[in-house]
Structure formats: structure tokens, C-alpha cells
Design a protein around this ligand. Structure first.
Ligand code: AMP
Length: 400
């Protein structure tokens, strides 16, 4: 076995996603997901050589035990020796981290400190790092920050219209997320049009459970729709996206919501779920819309798509040229309905869909979905794990 695989870890609050990736070509040797950690129903799925294994596990099963279970499997499959380093997805890097970063005590302290900006994500990321250090003491660990790609945004894009002191003293500004995904699909689109990324301008739409749009100019992020937290911007599965902030005061002062109620409502009960009343899952909402008997499902999809189109049109103000739009993420890669509704809103900007090409682009297929007379729109399957593996390997090569 060649010694050239990176173990990529993405530690969520109750999950651990892992994959063993060849950084040179993105091929995945082993992958899996430990879910519902810290609950009675924790489970771990591992895929290796086309074989899927599921392990129900005894409680308490936390990130540490999930990593121990992974290590035991890697040992059993004789794969431990082929891991050269570990790459971690870390959600918030603040203004400090705009590059892949070798993890040491200072970096861990900074990730902990940045939990004030990402209270759900950074603590889980840190738990994964500490557990991986204990399991693989000889291996270097690298942090790839989800905010890093957007650190090139100009001040006019990241400053909110609130007192500037809140930015200076408390870091309240737009940071943006999904950076690794936006970077990956932009690089892939640049390959498609055979131009260096540094000469390309795109608007990319990462549409999954979380959704964000990014304006990419000369290969760099110049604006994005997610903000200080992953609640701003377009509507998402359960998150509202932009609302009039005055609604929050109205809910608290007039309707007796507590701050926690508002937080839950905006993060967990809004978006596709809140408007449709049936589901946060785009497939369910779309199926109800296609059946044609559920006006709320139709409305949810209309609002969802209209807001994405408005965000895309808005981001043309950040660019001087536009090579095309990119759709990615679970919805962007699979929902011909969402893509068609979004593109139909953008006729004025000379976007025209090719219906057959759009229908064909699903389940991991990537390609152009616009008519010949149109500006380009591509569907590109994202692969954040590959970017994490690639950037981890590059950093370690530079250090060697
Ligand atoms: P992600 O967070 O990137 O895994 O994306 C999850 C979202 O993708 C969910 O809303 C799914 O309903 C949606 N999705 C996955 N497959 C399809 C599909 N075939 N058609 C429409 N939406 C899909």
C-alpha cells in the first residue's frame, strides 16, 4: 500500500464524517459516517471497496469512541500505515485563518476562542481534533477553515450597516461559509472553460441543507450570502435566511417569544420547512409541488428559487465579467426543478435553460445546462473532502 492517503475528518455536533482520500486524484479508499453520537441510537457506517458495513454501537458513544472504532477498522483492514496526515474541516477561522493551517496548541486555542462566533460547530471540530491527536499521535493534523476562501472579500462586502465599533471590538462582520465547496467548483469550472482560475469570474450557488451564493472574481471570493453566522442570505432547509430584523423585536415584544424561541424558529423551523409546512427536504417539497395539490409546497419552492435568483442577480454588482453560474450541493446537483425556476428568473441577464440537458444533470453528473444562445450555467458535483486532502498534502509538502 502506498503511503499517500489523507484521513479527512468532519466533526459535527452529533456526527463524524470521515474518508481516506488520495490527494493527487481525489479517489476515496474508505469513507463513512458516525451519526447520532451521544444518543441511544448511535450508529457507524463504513464503506470500503464497494462494501458497506453498519455497526450499531453501545452507549455512551461520543466522538472519541467513534474515532477509536474507526481506528480499529483501519487496523483490521491494514490501512493505518497508508495515512500520511489528517485534514480537519473547521467551520470558523475568523479573520486569522485564511490558509490551511498546521494544528498546534495555539491553533487549538484559537479554534476554541472562535467558538463565540460558531458555538455549534467549532467546539465539535475541536473535539474531533483532540480525539484524532490521541488516536494518531505520530501524524500531523491540518485545519482547513470553511471561512478561509471568503477572507478575500473587500471591506464593503463584509461590513454590516451597524456601528463600526461592533466590528472592531467584537468581530461582528460577514465571514461566509461553504468556502471549500465554492473554491472546488470554481476550480472545476475553470478547468471546463480551460482558463486559469485566477482569470475567471463565477457566481456559485451551493444549495444543500445550508445554502450560500458566492461571487468569485479573478478566482477569489468577493462576496457571499452567508454572514457572521450561517443564518443570513437565501432561504434554506430549516433556516430563514434574510428577514427584517424588526420581526425579531415584534416577536419578543408583541408575541412573547423568548430569545431562545426566536433562535429555534429562525434556525430550525423556517425555510422550506416553515413555508411548506411539510418538510425541510427539497425532494419532499418538490414531489408535493409536482403533484400539484399542495399550494404551500409550491409557494415554498417559489420563494426558495426566487430568493436564490435575486441573490445571483445582486452579486453581478460585485463582478465586471461573468464566465457563468455554477450549481452545486445536494439540491444544486440534483434538482432540475430548482435550477430551472432559478434560471427562468434570470432571462434579463441572458440566461436560457436547455431543458433536456438540465434534466440529465443529476446524481453526480456534471455539465452545462444552458442553451447555445445563453450565458453558461454548469452543474458541478462538489467534493470538499478532496480539497481538504489536497490542501493538507500541499501544506505538508511545503513544510518538508
Ligand atoms: P446536502 O446538504 O448538500 O447533502 O443536500 C441536502 C439537500 O439536497 C436536501 O434538501 C435534499 O432533499 C436535496 N436533494 C438530494 N437529492 C435530491 C434530488 N434528487 N432532488 C431534489 N433535491 C435533492
Amino acid at each position: 500500500m502506498n503511503n499517500d492517503f489523507i484521513l479527512v475528518l468532519n466533526c459535527g455536533s452529533s456526527s463524524l464524517k470521515f474518508s481516506l482520500i488520495n490527494p493527487a486524484n481525489g479517489s476515496t479508499l474508505l469513507s463513512g459516517l458516525a451519526e447520532r453520537l451521544l444518543s441511544e441510537h448511535a450508529i457507524i457506517n463504513i464503506k470500503y471497496n464497494g462494501d458497506k458495513q453498519q455497526y450499531a454501537v453501545s452507549t455512551p458513544f461520543d466522538h472519541q469512541t467513534a474515532i477509536s472504532c474507526l481506528v480499529a477498522q483501519l487496523n483490521q483492514l491494514n490501512l493505518t500505515d497508508c495515512i500520511t496526515a489528517i485534514g480537519h474541516r473547521v467551520v470558523h477561522g475568523g479573520e486569522t485563518y485564511c490558509q490551511p493551517t498546521l494544528i498546534n496548541d495555539d491553533v487549538k486555542a484559537a479554534i476554541k476562542n472562535l467558538a463565540r462566533l460558531a458555538p455549534l460547530h467549532n467546539p465539535a471540530n475541536l473535539t474531533g481534533i483532540i480525539a484524532a491527536e490521541a488516536a494518531f499521535p505520530a501524524l500531523k493534523q491540518v485545519a482547513i477553515f470553511d471561512t478561509a476562501f471568503h477572507q478575500t472579500m473587500p471591506e464593503k462586502a463584509y461590513i454590516y450597516g451597524i456601528p463600526y465599533a461592533l466590528y472592531k471590538q467584537h468581530g461582528i462582520r460577514r465571514y461566509g461559509f461553504h468556502g471549500t465547496s465554492h473554491y472546488f467548483v470554481a476550480q472545476q469550472a475553470a478547468n471546463v472553460i480551460d482558463k486559469p482560475l485566477a482569470q475567471c469570474s463565477f457566481i456559485s450557488a451551493h444549495l444543500g441543507n445550508g445554502c450560500s451564493i458566492a461571487a468569485i472574481k479573478d478566482g477569489k471570493s468577493v462576496d457571499t450570502s452567508l454572514g457572521m453566522t450561517p443564518l443570513e442570505g437565501v432561504m434554506m432547509g430549516t433556516r430563514s435566511g434574510d428577514i427584517d430584523p424588526g420581526i425579531i423585536f415584534h416577536l419578543i415584544n408583541q408575541l412573547n417569544y423568548s430569545v431562545q424561541d426566536v433562535d429555534n424558529m429562525l434556525n430550525k423551523e423556517s425555510g422550506l420547512l416553515g413555508v411548506s409546512g411539510i418538510s425541510n427536504d427539497c425532494r419532499t417539497v418538490e414531489a408535493a409541488y409536482i403533484e400539484g395539490h399542495d399550494p404551500q409546497a409550491a409557494l415554498a419552492l417559489d420563494v426558495f428559487c426566487y430568493r436564490i435568483a435575486k441573490a445571483i442577480a445582486g452579486f453581478t454588482a460585485s463582478l465586471t465579467t461573468l464566465d457563468g453560474i455554477i450549481f452545486t450541493g445536494g439540491i444544486g446537483e440534483n434538482s432540475d426543478v430548482v435550477r430551472e425556476k432559478v434560471i427562468c428568473q434570470l432571462g434579463l441577464l441572458n440566461f436560457n435553460i436547455d431543458t433536456d440537458a438540465n434534466l440529465a444533470m443529476r446524481f453526480g453528473k456534471s455539465g452545462l445546462i444552458t442553451a447555445e444562445c445563453s450565458r453558461s450555467v454548469w452543474v458541478i458535483a462538489t467534493n470538499e473532502e478532496w480539497v481538504i486532502a489536497e490542501q493538507t498534502a500541499q501544506l505538508l509538502n511545503q513544510e518538508a
